[in-house]
Ligand binder design. Sequence first.
Ligand code: SAM
Length: 379
Amino acid sequence: MNEIVLVAASKFGLEALVKREVQALGFADVQVSNGRIQFPAAVADIPRLNVWLRFADRVQVLVGEFEAVSFDALFEQTKALPWEVWIPANGRFPVTAKTVKSQLQSGRSCQAIVKKAIVERLKSHYHMVEFPETGPVFAVQVALYKNRATLTLDTSGVGLHKRGYRVEAGAAPLKETLAAALVQLSYWQPERILLDPMCGSGTILIEAAMMARNMAPGLKRQFAAEGWPVIPARAWETAREEARAAERPFPHPQLYGYDNDPAIIEIARQNAIRAGVAADIQFAVKPLDALWIDRQYGVMITNPPYGIRLADKQAVNQLYIILNKIFRKKKGWSVYVLTADRQFPKYFKRGRPDRVRKLYNGTIQVNYYQYFGQKPPRG
Ligand SMILES: C[S@@+](CC[C@H](N)C(=O)[O-])C[C@H]1O[C@@H](n2cnc3c(N)ncnc32)[C@H](O)[C@@H]1O
């Protein structure tokens, strides 16, 4: 029974991928707006979504939405929402607020008003005057956009990009959600070669192997809503059991990760072990200029370093020149490069990119340059 509305929060540019994965999990009436994928669901769906969503940042319960141009309106309408359905008497309910293009401009005041309104609501429900806030966490977010307030409860806790396999971050690791999206957007298939010649901590390849194995990304971690009385513990167990049962073998993996930094390759190996995909990926220390490709077809996805200082910029340009030398004539290779550097296409001269996708790496706007290769013959 669909009794609630859930929101899968996503990074800008990844909404279409998140919508598709939500639909693939069986949800209908999926609405998309900037960074939000909203759909009717049941309380018992919360575990399954957290365990399975690969490209989304978090899963939130939509508690209410209304117009609010005064603090009174914000207070009264927040108080009118059924918070007690979710928050038990010992629940912790920190409130964060953000406001954009709205009459109520002070996030801090909105946050205080919403907190007070929830306290008032819970007081009359539990007949208590003070709340110990020692129990499970119900992180409330109030977002005001053009005077419309949206109140959500976060079910995920730490962002869904934290799969739980990362031993230690490299210098500039990609978020796991973004790395998975790069693989999804590349049309790579598990029977094909996948190469990341500047793989850093190995995120792209690890995510690819997990996708090939149909491994649920959240299987190895905990979620905030695991402490919520409203969700039966059995629903979490079922979601995890189903995820374990859904894993597939990955018979002939051809995933290769290289980097010129031995320490980062060791981190990549440790990450792959923790993710349970170490057998799928061959990591090696190899500088880009020592890369030699003798296969006619393949997929290359990489995220080269981004030089800020001039000297670094020159070194990075040199890397583009090497990539160009290696792949210019390899028309059977699809080449995908994620970088904030708009100069990249000037150096990579295999023609104009077939597609350039605007994405965000954290807060940095980056481009995903896509050069499609010829498909290998079937057989
Ligand atoms: C932005 S990081 C890649 C991060 C990676 N996607 C991850 O998720 O951890 C760029 C990587 O390129 C590597 N690199 C820089 N110059 C290189 C070269 N000449 N040959 C191979 N790797 C190089 C760096 O050591 C660094 O790990």
